[in-house]
Design a protein around this ligand. Structure first.
Ligand code: SF4
Ligand code: SF4
Length: 362
């Protein structure tokens, strides 16, 4: 019988313990918790111990399950302690639907020899049905074009060679629900990265009329909606809620968006790009597109839509070829931990009223 320890003496940790016991898949020996006030206490019949005690007294464990959503700092701590026991993290399937998920789908094993990557976003459709003035992804002005499923799958396979997990994957655009193949993108993303927080980012307008298979696929793969609440979306919000509730698909809704902002790039020169980078909300929005990835969407969008943007500047060095033989996961993480050259020409943001149906570049 397998011996487990669970990181996190909490409701979530307890839920995993009970599943292990109920399904008779193993024995849980202890909880591990960094809260020193919990250490030494008994929780559901087993001790709560510190990470150091795992190193000194529990060498016969088969697996440590990290039952904490933001697991990155815990995994770093486990690495620092030199713990060699196999480590798994709880999956979104368990986090979102704990009562309905069998133990075999609750955890995903971490690979010891690869790092994790924090985030990717991918255009399921370049274009959009709402066409907001100043859309940061240019979806109000570009031609209708869908993401290429085969290329996306190939890129995920490559990313899987570089990383054991991508913490968050956002399938967006444009409006992703315009793409009739959205389900295929969802399925392959989950297949490749069982521990990822996968979200479909949408203006929500097409949710009420979307095919029920999309909802079934999202529910089956524990994928959620991130809904941007524009005034137009607000008008159909009740229908969105009912549809998602009917199929048990979870969704997050932004605050009401009545203002947009856009930073002017190209007319500026920042002598301190490090400072601009540190305060930039886009610095973690790594856009993937057909074998290439960039720190933020700017460089790839400028390269792709050069014609529309009248050759506004961008730098080839900011666009990373994920198939480069010299690249590994640690190197890519290192590259994205600081500013790219594009940060030197990123100007301050200007705010303006949100406006749909706007088909010109601003
Ligand atoms: S809803 Fe507006 S901001 Fe979002 S992708 Fe469409 S055009 Fe762009
Ligand atoms: S170029 Fe740098 S400062 Fe500008 S949006 Fe991207 S990460 Fe932010």
């Amino acid at each position: 019988m397998k011996k487990y320890a669970i990181v996190g003496a909490s409701k979530r940790g307890l839920s995993i313990k009970r599943k292990i016991e109920h399904e008779e898949v193993g024995e849980v020996c202890c909880f591990i918790d960094n809260n020193s006030k919990k250490q030494g206490l008994i929780f559901d019949g087993i001790p709560i111990i510190s990470m150091d005690e795992i190193v000194s007294g529990y060498s016969d464990l088969d697996e440590i399950i990290v039952a904490i959503i933001d697991h990155t700092p815990l995994l770093d701590q486990i690495n620092e302690k030199g713990i060699k026991t196999p480590i798994s993290v709880v999956t979104p399937m368990f986090i979102l639907y704990p009562g309905q998920t069998p133990f075999k789908d609750c955890c995903a094993l971490r690979s010891n020899d690869k790092p994790a990557f924090s985030y990717i976003e991918y255009h399921i459709a370049d274009h959009c049905n709402l066409k907001c003035k100043g859309c940061g992804h240019l979806s109000n002005v570009v031609e209708e074009k869908f993401g290429d499923y085969e290329l996306y799958k190939k890129d995920l396979l490559r990313l899987k060679e570089l990383f054991w997990n991508i913490t968050k994957i956002r399938l967006l655009g444009g409006e992703p629900l315009l793409n009739p193949e959205l389900e295929k993108f969802i399925i392959i993303s989950r297949e490749m990265f069982p521990a990822s927080d996968i979200r479909v980012v949408t203006n929500g307008l097409l949710i009420p009329s979307a095919n029920e298979n999309l909802f079934k696929t999202m529910r089956r793969n524990a994928v959620t909606f991130d809904i941007s609440l524009y005034p137009t979306t607000q008008k159909v919000m009740e229908r969105i809620e009912l549809k998602c509730t009917q199929y048990d698909v979870l969704f997050n809704v932004s605050g009401l968006i009545t203002k947009f902002s856009k930073s002017k790039k190209g007319d500026y020169f920042n002598s301190d790009p490090q400072n601009v980078f540190k305060t930039c909300i886009n610095r973690k929005c790594h856009l993937l597109y057909n074998g290439e990835i960039a720190l933020c969407p700017g460089p790839i969008l400028r390269k792709r839509f050069e014609g529309i943007l009248c050759n506004k500047p961008w730098f080839e060095e900011d666009i990373i070829n994920i198939y480069d033989e010299d690249l590994d996961g640690n190197k890519l993480n290192e590259l994205f931990s600081g500013p790219n050259r594009f940060c030197t020409i990123c100007g301050p943001s200007e705010s303006f009223d949100w406006e749909p149906g706007y088909t010109e570049i601003i």
